[in-house]
Design a protein around this ligand. Structure first.
Ligand SMILES: NC(=O)c1ccc[n+]([C@@H]2O[C@H](COP(=O)([O-])OP(=O)(O)OC[C@H]3O[C@@H](n4cnc5c(N)ncnc54)[C@H](O)[C@@H]3O)[C@@H](O)[C@H]2O)c1
Length: 437
């Protein structure tokens, strides 16, 4: 098939590359000229494991190319994916300006029967707005579908190639064969291609993310209770998650959820519900709990060192919102660093992939960077671990102790055993477990 994917961010690039990998001719379109110029020159703008090789291969084999001429890309495609960002507006609702701008261009260039598929996460009712926007531009017949994306950054290629499920919201069964053909290579092992009405598809994506965020905030609140009662949240998690009705995933207490999806999608769903007079009080608590949790590491640091951190230096391991990505949108590490800087401390950070993303941010030049994880500890009053990159999981504690000014570790991801940390000579503070001094 000839396919256009509009938006070459974390989702659009992966979707485009994977569709090309299965034999389609794909053109990725974006308004960001620098990004497209870079892609045309073989420069992949994000870190996602395996993506660079997949793009390189498909470009070389002429199944994948990139353009800023979105009109031309639409004109030559049977299927057009909208995969642009839907960042939160000031009131928490999803900002649809990019989606509707793309719909306008699609309307100006589509051919009869074009299938327009919304991949971006959008509130219920957006497909109708997309249809209206296109109809303002053209009298031609076309289809609008909602096909929310469930990939996880860091494992995005595998998630797209072997999805748990593919959700397709359609207006009429006429378009179903196109989606079946498109997704056939990805659901051969039997995972379902689920067809439903468009409103249900749009809501399914938000409900899924809201459920995962709820599990995290729930467990973070249980962690708080563990600290108050002397229980250990890591064993409570195992005990709770061993029930197959519950399962183990997304039950890890930590420094709060971040990223480009959970925070904005939870807020957008609350907003949608408010507009419709439905009180999603559970999700309001989930959001509030997460805001509190993102401040927890800074609170623990201040409990140990005092409110005024002037003259103190802290090593921070992990900037991305989770391992295996360079995405720092709403990352808990940024909240922590802002709070440490505001209290007068200085920060030396390390991250295997996200340093260049952070350097571009407002706080990027207000902190230092270690050339490796141990260098970040040099002369620091404590080490704070925020993201559980694999390389932080078995550090050489002798080197860490030798580099730090005092042997103190704050662990926002419960990576280590408190007794072993104590034996290794550290004061150790984690989440939902007793501290060792
Ligand atoms: N990142 C994820 O893990 C993930 C997972 C599932 C769903 N989603 C959803 O997918 C959507 C895209 O997310 P992302 O993380 O890829 O965003 P992103 O910010 O990484 O990429 C968006 C891209 O769209 C481009 N763009 C914006 N306006 C445009 C326009 N008018 N024409 C052409 N291109 C335009 C931007 O230049 C950018 O390259 C969002 O709705 C998000 O919620 C994201």
């Amino acid at each position: 098939m000839d396919i256009a994917v509009v938006g070459t961010g974390y989702v659009g690039l992966v979707v485009g590359a994977c569709l090309a990998e299965t034999g389609n001719r794909v053109v990725g379109g974006d308004i960001d000229e620098d990004k497209i110029r870079g892609l045309q020159a073989g420069k992949i703008p994000i870190y996602e494991p395996g993506l660079d090789r997949m793009i390189e291969r498909n470009v070389a084999e002429k199944r994948l190319r990139f353009t800023t001429d979105i009109g031309a890309a639409v004109l030559e495609s049977e299927v057009v994916f909208i995969a642009v960002g839907t960042p939160p507006d000031e009131d928490g609702s999803a900002d649809l300006q990019h989606v509707l701008a793309v719909a306008r261009v699609i309307g100006q260039h589509l051919t009869d029967g074009t299938v327009v598929i919304t991949k971006s996460t959008v509130p219920v009712g957006t497909a109708r707005l997309v249809r209206q926007e296109i109809e303002r531009q053209t009298d031609r017949a076309f289809h609008v579908c909602s096909n929310p994306e469930f990939l996880k950054e860091g494992a995005a290629i595998d998630d797209f190639m072997r999805p748990d499920r593919v959700v397709c919201g359609i207006e009429s069964t006429e378009v179903r064969p196109v989606l079946e053909e498109l997704y056939e290579p990805f659901v051969r092992s039997g995972n379902p291609l689920i067809f439903m009405d468009i409103a249900s598809a749009e809501l399914t994506k938000y409900a899924a993310n809201a459920m995962l965020a709820t599990r995290i905030s729930f467990m973070n609140q249980i962690a708080e209770l563990c600290e108050a009662t002397g229980a250990d949240v890591t064993v409570v998690r195992k005990g709770v998650g061993s029930d197959p009705r519950i399962g183990q995933s997304f039950l890890f207490a930590g420094a709060g959820y971040g990223g480009s999806c959970f925070p904005k999608d939870v807020k957008a769903l609350i907003r949608t519900a408010d507009e419709l007079g439905v009180d999603l009080s559970i999700l309001k608590s989930v959001h509030q709990m997460n805001e509190r949790q993102k401040g927890l590491l800074a609170t623990k640091v201040k409990e140990r060192f005092g409110e005024d951190l002037t003259g103190r230096q802290f090593a921070v391991w992990g900037l991305s919102f989770k391992p295996e990505t360079d995405d720092v949108r709403e990352a808990p590490a940024l909240t922590l660093i802002e709070e440490l800087l505001a209290a007068g401390a200085s920060v030396v950070a390390h991250d295997p992939q996200a340093v260049s993303t952070v350097r571009d941010l407002h706080l990027g030049d207000r902190i230092g960077y270690g050339h490796d994880a141990y260098a970040a500890c040099e002369g620091s009053d404590a080490l704070i671990i925020v993201t559980e990159w694999l390389q932080y999981r078995r550090p050489d504690w002798d080197v860490v102790r030798g580099a730090l000014r005092s042997p103190i570790v704050f662990d926002g991801r419960n990576l280590f055993d408190p007794d072993r940390m104590s034996r290794a000579g550290f004061s150790y503070y984690s989440i939902g477990r007793r501290s060792v001094e």
